[in-house]
Design a protein around this ligand. Structure first.
Ligand code: 5GP
Length: 203
């Protein structure tokens, strides 16, 4: 899908910081990994906008900016998103560009936890971005983690699991990801990611 350059965002700013993209199938532990990275790297975690309903444990402005479809589409037209995609059930998800570009210009490490389509858009626009795809040690592990979360309906969980196989293949073939890491332990995965960021030459 082509993504026209949003008029409101300057991409020619000097990108002093490191842009890290974290993707992976549902239930692989991305959120825990990203939280740990934020602590250890004093990184800026992008808060996405979405039109999916808020879950009980989620906080507006912390987990997501929860928007109506109308509001999301308005911001999309105004060029406010660095990338966007329609995911489960056609819901919109998007990364507000300004906070990300400001944090990068200030030299910070910025983390985006986004899916594959969005990653492709970001990597195309900002090729310096380091995209990492996280895998569960086994498919059973992933199912167990997803069930353990108990935040989706059985139907939603089935959809997420059945999509995971195809997504992993897509991630491997699309060329956007520089690294594939198996999440055996959160600590090990985070250590490896920090090593990758440091070796990228930015920090
Ligand atoms: P969830 O609904 O479980 O929070 O997220 C569903 C999927 O949407 C996950 O794969 C997550 O990485 C992805 N996602 C979250 N925010 C964004 C975003 O801003 N842009 C894109 N492209 N994907 C996102």
């Amino acid at each position: 899908m082509g993504s026209p350059r949003p008029p409101g965002v300057r991409l020619d700013k000097h990108m002093a910081g490191t842009l890290l993209i974290v993707s992976g199938p549902s239930g692989v532990g991305k959120t825990t990994i990203c939280r740990e990275l934020v602590k250890r790297l004093d990184a800026f975690l992008s808060v996405s906008a979405t039109t999916r309903p808020r879950r009980e444990n989620e906080v507006e402005g912390v987990d997501y900016h929860f928007l109506s479809t109308e509001e999301f589409e308005k911001r999309l037209r105004q060029g406010e998103f660095l990338e966007h995609a329609r995911v489960y059930g056609g819901r919109y998800y998007g990364t507000p560009a300004k906070p990300v570009m400001d944090a990068l210009a200030a030299g910070r490490t910025v983390i985006l936890e986004i899916e594959i389509e969005g990653t492709l858009q970001v990597v195309k626009r900002l090729p310096q971005a380091i995209a990492i795809y996280i895998l569960a040690p086994t498919p059973e592990d992933q199912k167990g983690r997803l069930e353990g979360r108990r935040k989706d309906s059985a139907e939603a969980m089935r959809e997420r699991l059945s999509k995971a196989d195809g997504e992993i293949r897509w991630a491997q073939e699309c060329g956007a990801y520089r690294y594939f890491l198996v999440n055996e332990t959160v600590e090990g995965t985070v250590d490896e990611m920090i090593r990758i960021v440091r070796e990228s030459g930015f920090k």
